[in-house]
Design a binder for this molecule. Structure first.
Ligand code: DON
Length: 572
């Protein structure tokens, strides 16, 4: 009897141990903070391990640029749907010496690209080729951008890349949400790759992931080590470049060794304007973000009454109407200013912006000219990514980076382990045909070899008395400029707390299609009032994943991560 009792006890113990061990293995072991207040520096990004990689560099004596580089490299491993080596991005920085600058590392059309490359014999747009697979990729800019930013950093690049190498080589635990997003694209990964990438779980019969699994990326680790040893050449020349071109040949891609060797990140003057005692520092072309936010804020400046209140019908209507007008200008006038004369001064002229609002009537919906009937699909994936970083030395960095949509072209460079972008779809592949975000365009954003496709990415700094005040940005395609616009208005005009400014519902109008997209939780009374004014309303999923750092009056940093995703603020 005693033996049986002992056996029972041992069995119960073993069972308990196994269950606990398994659930510990399954559990997501990383602690995510959405709000942090700290003194020495902070990083907010889409993944806690990437935010931690950045803060680790601050602790080692690095500055905000060191942290931004380490965070981006870690995101390329732990947030592969958007963090990247094979994509591009923009950095806006306020440096310790008081100057502001930007770095454009947007992808570039390959030398063999031409304006009609995505049209069939009938002249119809072939979105399948501009949005997926080898032909959808522009020449990647990220690695060049990271090295260009490194001129402002303090630590050796080899040190900044180490956390990413460790995460790729040793692996990290994925969450339920990450497992779902990898599983959702399994068939695409199999379709667009000749060599099965690490994103398909080959250790399992059903090739599916679950939360708690470990994702190891050996090929990616090897690529990162090549970059660690050889610098930018470890990506744009030598083995990695050969692997990219070999991958192109296995598909129908056109990126060549020459395209890679010739890629350059470009330092550009920021797009700067004043708003109610603040200096807003944004990205110039080929991002439409800085210019759109400028137009929208100036069009509301004298009309928005703080008393109208956040999400009141009056405030929403006014903001929707300025969004409509700014996006109409985007479609007509904006593109890579190195190839097309973008009339920036005219578009931001005070008289012009006042005139733009002449036909605005409070209480009555405006109307967009109908270019093309029918509606476009609502994109709900947030697959660009933004990071905000600050240090105590006075450096503030906003970076938005992307592969375009979720996991970009879905094509992984065989043997090199990183995804290529599908950014070519951000060009206007046919005048009047909306891209995957419904954005329209024409001549200004037509494809040309070496040209950079127009972007909506809007990394933004706000300064007060030339000191950092806010660092803001988000993913979300065309909803990016409207999310940044609304976040700034929420903080500056409506005096909202930073978390409310980020976490409360957002809305979006982009001229075409003529409708307002509303996020969950939008107040019912305002919905009804907008409908009565004549607006068409559409419900949609999350709008953006906005990451904000605010400098508080006492000099401390308040870092807020969006609660729409698994984004995390880490401070020091
Ligand atoms: O540069 C752009 O505007 C787009 N490629 C951004 C894509 C994006 O934000 C994806 N997230 N939904």
């Amino acid at each position: 009897m005693r033996n049986i009792n002992n056996l029972l006890l041992v069995s119960i113990f073993t069972l308990f141990f196994l269950v606990t061990a398994q659930s510990q293995n399954k559990a997501y072991p990383y602690d995510i903070q959405k709000k942090v207040i700290c003194e020495n520096g902070a990083v907010v990004s889409a993944h806690v391990l990437a935010s931690k990689a950045g803060v680790a560099m601050l602790k080692k004596g690095g500055n905000a640029i060191d942290a931004a580089i380490a965070t981006q490299l870690a995101l390329a491993v732990v947030h592969p749907s958007a963090g990247n080596l094979g994509g591009g991005g923009f950095l806006v920085a306020r440096l310790q010496n008081g100057t502001t600058t930007t770095i454009d590392y947007r992808e570039m059309a390959p030398g063999k690209a031409h304006r009609d490359m995505y049209l069939d014999e009938m002249g119809n747009a072939k979105f399948s080729e501009s949005q997926n697979g080898h032909l959808s990729s522009g020449v990647p800019g990220t690695v060049a951008g990271l090295f260009q930013s490194h001129q402002y950093a303090k630590l050796p690049f080899a040190q900044l890349i180490q956390p990413a190498i460790d995460l790729a080589a040793n692996g990290f635990i994925i969450s339920e949400r990450e497992a779902r997003s990898l599983n959702a694209l399994k068939n695409e990964f199999l379709k667009y790759n000749t060599i099965i990438p690490a994103f398909v779980n080959t250790t399992n019969d059903n090739q599916e992931w679950k939360g708690g699994d470990m994702l190891i990326q050996k090929d990616l680790a090897a690529t990162l080590i090549r970059i660690q040893h050889e610098g930018a050449k470890g990506f744009y020349e030598g083995e990695t470049a050969s692997l990219i071109v070999a991958e192109m040949k296995r598909g129908n891609g056109i990126i060549s060794l020459e395209d890679l060797k010739n890629y350059k990140a470009i330092t550009r003057l920021p797009h700067i304007f004043d708003y109610k005692g603040h200096t807003i520092v944004g990205m110039p072309m080929p991002s439409s973000g800085g210019l759109l936010v400028h137009q929208m804020m100036k069009m509301i400046e004298s009309k928005l009454k703080a008393t109208d209140g956040f999400l009141s019908p009056q405030a929403v209507q006014l903001m929707v109407e300025v969004e409509r007008r700014a996006f109409a200008d985007r479609a007509e006038f904006m593109g890579d200013a190195d190839f097309y004369k973008v009339p920036v001064a005219a578009l931001t002229n005070e008289k012009y912006l006042n005139q733009r609002m002449n036909d605005f009537v409070f209480g009555k919906a405006g109307s967009s000219e109908m270019v093309k009937p029918g509606s476009i699909p609502i994109i709900e994936s947030e697959e660009t990514t933004h990071l905000s970083v600050i240090d105590k030395e006075g450096n503030a960095v906003a970076v938005t980076t992307t592969l375009n949509n979720s996991f970009g072209s879905r094509t992984v460079v065989g043997g090199a382990g990183f995804l290529l972008n599908d950014e070519m779809d951000d060009f206007s592949i046919k005048p009047g045909s909306p891209n995957m975000y419904g954005a329209l365009g024409g001549e200004a954003n037509a494809i040309f070899p070496g040209k950079r496709m127009l972007s909506s990415m809007t990394p933004t700094l706000v300064l007060k008395n030339n000191q950092p005040f806010l660092i803001v940005g988000t993913p979300g395609g065309t909803t990016i400029p409207t999310s940044v616009f609304q976040t700034l208005v929420n903080i500056i005009d409506f005096n909202m707390s930073t978390e409310d400014a980020v976490w409360q519902p957002k809305f979006h109008h982009q001229w075409m299609p003529d409708r307002i997209d509303l996020e969950k939780g939008f107040p019912i009374t305002t919905r009804k009032a907008l409908e009565a004014m004549g607006y068409k309303l559409i419900d949609r999923g999350s709008i953006g994943r906005t990451e904000v750092i605010k400098v508080l009056p006492n000099g401390k940093f308040e870092a807020i991560a969006d609660n729409r995703g698994e984004d995390a603020a880490v401070g020091w």
